[in-house]
Each structure stands twice: as C-alpha cells, then as structure tokens.
Ligand binder design. Structure first.
Ligand SMILES: Nc1ncnc2c1ncn2[C@@H]1O[C@H](COP(=O)(O)OP(=O)(O)OP(=O)(O)O)[C@@H](O)[C@H]1O
Ligand code: SF4
Ligand SMILES: [Mg+2]
Length: 334
C-alpha cells in the first residue's frame, strides 16, 4: 500500500486488561494493519475477539484496567505522520472527535434521557469550543437530514424516538465536528436486520458524499457484503485475515473466515447447510500456543499447535495468518 494513500497505520499493537497481579487478558495481540483514505473497512469476528478493544485503542481510549502495552498508531490526516500514543492532552483531544470520531458499542444508552436532541448537539459542539448556537443548530439539522431525519427530531427527547432513529441521531452527532475518520462499533446490533441494512446503506452514502474513511465493526459478516471495501477478520486478539470484501466472501484463505461464512444463513439457501463453528473463542488470559484457532480448526496439524502463524501476504491486497493457506485454498471455500 502506497504511503500517501494511508490515513491510519497500526503497528504491532498490544492492548491488555490487567485483571490481577500476574494476570492479564491480551485482547489485542501484536496486531498490524493500515487503513486507506476514504476506505470503508469492516472489522469482524465473534464476540470477545478484541474488536472493541482494537477500535478503542485507535482513539487511545481503552478504559482501565485496559492498557496499550506496545506498538504504534500512526495518523496521517494532519500531513506529517503522528503516533497518537505520544500525543499530549490537548492534541489528543483534538484528534478525538475532530479527526477521528466514534460511535461506541451500546451508544444508544449514552443519550441523556432528560435532554432534547438539540441539546445533545449543543453540548457536544460547546465542549469543543464552538459557541454560535444558530450555526450549531443549522449544522445539526443538516446532519439530521443526512441521516434522513427531519427538524422535529431536534425538539424530541430520546425516549420519543425509535431505536433506529436514536442510532441515526448518534451517527449525526458523531459527524458534528467534521471528522476524517468515523468508527462505528456494532452500531446496529440491537436493531432488526432491515433497519441494520438501512443504516449501513445510509452510512455508505454519507461516507462517500463527505469523503469519510469508515471503520465498521460487527460480529455479523453478512451485513458487510457489498458495503465495505476491505474486511479484517479478528480471532482471539489476532488479525487473521485482511482482504477485499469479495475475497472474504467468495475466496477466503483462513479456515476461521470460511467458518464464519458457512455460519451465515442464506436468504434463499437450505437452512440445513448453515454450520456454526464448533467450540468457543479461547480464554485470552491463557490462549492456546501456536495458532489460536487450532482447537476449533478441522485442518489443524502438529505445527499449528506449536508455532504461531504470522500474517503474510497472499497476493495483491490479501493477507492471512495460517500455516496451511496454500494447500487449503481450494478446500476451504465457502
Ligand atoms: N474491562 C475489561 N476487563 C477485563 N477483560 C476485558 C475487559 N473488557 C474486555 N475484556 C476482554 O477482552 C477481550 C476482548 O473484548 P472486546 O470487548 O474487545 O471484544 P469484542 O470483539 O468487541 O466482543 P463483542 O463482539 O462482544 O463486542 C475479551 O476476552 C473480553 O473478555
Ligand atoms: S494455522 Fe492450522 S489451525 Fe490455524 S487456521 Fe491454519 S490450518 Fe487451522
Ligand atoms: Mg465489542
């Protein structure tokens, strides 16, 4: 990937939760990848794989007992590359929300039930030094229109809105400071499938119109079809595959990706062909040696159980961390 195309680069990131004297959960373990300007990047994997920890790390916002222990997060949006993990308070504050904005997992509950929607916009703007109410409301209305909501929403309280409307308000709020990157962490998982698709479609349209870079986190791969440019698959704190969306869906190279694909019910297919991956994501205090997917992988061999596979380039824009991807290429297709 050419350097001038990159907006954010994550290098050897390790984020842990310190849960005891000699105990820590390695939620993100030596992860490296880069995001391009204007790209729609999906991040997928089962619950507990480290997706939220990774995106919280991108803002240096991992809550205690979490801690970024190693690595760099390099932001290119200011011109000169800056490792955001070295930023002082004020610059970090400007990076968050003004450069990179995030819709948190379960963000709906963050709306203040006794404040009108317009006050949410006002408070956010004022917290970032904007003072002109009229201008703030004008911008709020423009953003609400972008998420296909009308003026009446400004005077509503959160409880007067449906779940889908609240989520759209939160997306509009996250765009208030005109960020370059928007991160959405499972923004729609509490909603029905039709609403989820509707919101994602809207995010794609807004992102394209505003030239945004979007990172969309979900445990539901099926949502991402046709919506993302590339997808990163996380398993047990590791990035195990990164590839253009069509390769993830039609030509996966990692058995875990293939397993996730086979677990997606098709709208037209026979339900009996849907197979969930047996077993669970391992405990990240003491993950299995070698490949972390080995206990669940039908293709595991001795080397898999002892030597950790590194993320390596397959070709073009495809990367995979599996000892056997060359020989399995045909047999693991979804
Ligand atoms: N505050 C915490 N203290 C200890 N462990 C934590 C904490 N938060 C997360 N973890 C652990 O870190 C790992 C990664 O969690 P994370 O929330 O990042 O996963 P996720 O992929 O976002 O999952 P989900 O799809 O459920 O949101 C899990 O093993 C989780 O139990
Ligand atoms: S390295 Fe081995 S255990 Fe891991 S995914 Fe590849 S084949 Fe399966
Ligand atoms: Mg999460």
């Amino acid at each position: 990937m050419a350097n001038e195309d990159i907006i954010l680069s994550v290098n050897n990131l390790e984020t842990v939760y310190i849960t005891g004297k000699n105990h820590s959960v390695k939620a993100v373990d030596n992860v490296s990848f880069a995001i391009r300007k204007g790209e729609f990047f999906g991040l997928a994997g089962e619950s507990g794989c480290g997706k939220s920890t990774l995106v919280l790390s991108l803002l240096n916002l991992v809550p205690p007992p979490g801690k970024i222990r190693k690595g760099e997060i390099v932001y290119y949006g200011w011109g000169d590359p800056v490792n955001i993990l070295t930023l002082k308070r004020e610059r970090l504050r400007r990076y968050r929300w003004e450069q990179v904005s995030m819709v948190f997992q379960a963000a709906q509950s963050a709306l203040n039930p006794v404040a009108k929607i317009k006050d949410h916009f006002l408070d956010t703007a004022m917290a970032h030094g904007l003072r002109r109410r009229r201008e703030i409301y004008r911008r709020a209305l423009k953003l609400l229109n972008m998420v296909r909501l009308d003026k009446s929403v400004l005077d509503a309280y959160p409880h007067q809105l449906s779940g889908g409307m609240k989520q759209r308000v939160i997306i509009a709020l996250s765009l208030l400071l005109n960020p370059k990157i928007l991160i959405l962490d499972e923004p729609t998982s509490a909603l029905d499938l039709v609403t989820q698709k509707y919101i994602l479609d809207m995010v794609r349209e807004i992102g394209e119109n505003l030239g945004l870079t979007v990172i969309f986190v979900t445990h539901d791969l099926s949502l991402l079809a046709g919506m993302m440019d590339r997808i990163g698959i996380m398993y047990a704190g590791k990035m195990v595959e990164i590839a253009p969306v069509e390769d993830i869906f039609y030509n996966p190279h990692h058995p875990y990706t293939s397993g996730l694909m086979k677990a997606i019910p098709s709208l037209v297919g026979d339900i009996s062909t849907v197979k969930s991956i047996p077993g669970d994501v391992p405990n990240l205090v003491n993950p299995p040696p070698g490949c972390r997917f080995a206990p669940r992988c039908p293709y595991a061999t001795d080397v898999c159980r002892t030597v950790e596979p590194k993320l390596e380039r397959v070709d073009g824009d495809k990367y995979v961390a599996c000892h056997r991807w060359r020989e399995l290429e045909l047999s693991i297709k979804a």
